[in-house]
Design a protein around this ligand. Structure first.
Ligand code: TXA
Ligand code: MG
Length: 369
């Protein structure tokens, strides 16, 4: 692969240089605790256009804007977001403002995006013409330092080509976008491993989870002391208004991925034979939810009489945080392996990160239109 991207290690000099690059409208792939993002100055329409073109992302998909802790210092968080010309706090009822403050207090910095009424200064390109803007404060110190070096809130979608698996290392970003972008800032592997939870706060105060992610539904409800509704995107009434995090096919490997109805070792011989056939008798890639991948691969290979099996486990013990951290890297590794067909075990629990992992697997397996 031809690549023109430079992978930078964080240093004072590098922050200075990349901050300047961002101020002049260039893009920088930056680490966050969730996934790597492709960042540009949110107030620079040329930078925003570059983001959409590098990702081959359709314009109907709104971007998330990233702020640093320093940007919100010295005042009420919503007032500061207003002064930054991002959020129109005056459009929120007292109930909505109080819910927004409670969520900011509980989860920022961290994997939570709040969708709030926007100020007119936020370009339509960033929000796909919506009257709201998605804002989050990443926890990753390298992301925070880069935002401060730029001195601007940074719009950043995940740094992958549209519809593909999100990157959780600098090397993944290089594989996805290395031939189209110039700068990748390496902050190590992402510790959460899947995207932020996206939460819409309506002007009347109603809170809706639009995309399950790094903060669980139960955690959100505890912080608010009340129910959070979880539905498909309220804006996705027409395809032109839908957001791809909410599109059926997303996070997709290039090979076929099937979701199994049960753990792979519980499949009948008949079911296994059918999978072997769909893998053209060559190699089957298996994403285990938990367990010892090597033992399972050997057991399957012997039941399948010679078919090669490549297995990876999201977590040996079934721990959800570990599973989330490994999800995209393992999908990517299986996609790059010799496997002709990929299958994934179901996630055991829908609570906490389980909901987000199940959501990503469902979309990764969805047929592409
Ligand atoms: O963890 C993350 O959120 C990562 C890192 C880089 O911060 N970013 C990320 O961005 O996942 P992206 O572009 O892959 O996902 C953005 C999604 C949209 O597809 C949409 O679902 C939702 O966030 N979103 C953003 N702004 C919105 C808005 N105004 N209304 C509704 N949904 C919005
Ligand atoms: Mg994305």
């Amino acid at each position: 692969m031809s690549t023109k991207a430079i992978v930078h290690q964080p240093s004072a000099e590098v922050y200075e240089k990349l901050g300047q690059a961002l101020r002049s409208g260039q893009l920088v792939a930056m680490p966050t605790e969730t996934v790597y993002g492709l960042a540009g100055n949110v107030f620079d329409e040329h930078a925003l256009a570059r983001i959409f073109s590098a990702k081959e992302r359709p314009a109907f998909d709104p971007l998330i804007v990233h702020v640093s802790p320093a940007m919100l210092e010295g005042g009420d968080s919503l007032e500061r977001l207003s002064e930054l010309e991002l959020v129109d706090a005056s459009a929120l009822s007292p109930a909505a403002a109080s819910n927004a403050r409670a969520l900011i207090g509980a989860f920022w910095p961290g994997p939570l995006t709040l969708v709030l009424p926007k100020k007119t200064k936020v370009p339509d390109l960033a929000t796909s013409g919506l009257s709201t803007v998605g804002v989050r404060m990443p926890r990753h110190p390298v992301a925070q330092a880069l935002i401060d070096a730029a001195g601007k809130p940074l719009a950043a979608p995940s740094a992958n080509r549209f519809g593909r698996i999100s990157p959780t290392t600098a090397a993944h970003v290089n594989a996805e976008l290395g031939d189209t972008i110039s700068h990748i800032l390496d902050g190590g592997p992402c510790t959460v491993g899947l995207e932020s939870s996206v939460v819409h706060i309506a002007p009347d105060g109603l809170v809706t989870l639009l995309r399950p992610g790094g903060v669980g539904l139960g955690e959100l409800e505890r912080a608010l002391g009340g129910k959070v509704s979880f539905e498909t995107h309220p804006y996705a009434k027409t395809k032109a208004q839908a957001a791809p995090g909410m599109l059926e096919s997303h996070y997709a490997p290039s090979k076929g991925l099937e979701l199994l109805p049960c753990p792979v070792t519980s499949l009948s011989d008949e079911q296994l034979q059918a999978l072997a056939q769909r893998a053209q008798g060559l190699c089957l890639g298996v994403l285990l939810f938990k367990g010892d991948a090597k033992t399972v691969a050997q057991a399957l290979a012997s039941r399948l009489g010679g078919l090669q099996v490549r297995a990876l486990a999201l977590s040996r013990s079934g721990e959800l945080e570990e599973a989330a951290r490994n999800l995209f890297a393992h999908l990517r590794a299986l996609d790059a392996s010799e496997a002709a067909l990929l299958v994934a075990e179901p996630v055991e629990t829908r609570s906490g990160l389980g909901l987000a992992i199940a959501d990503r697997l469902k979309r990764a397996a969805a047929p592409r239109s």
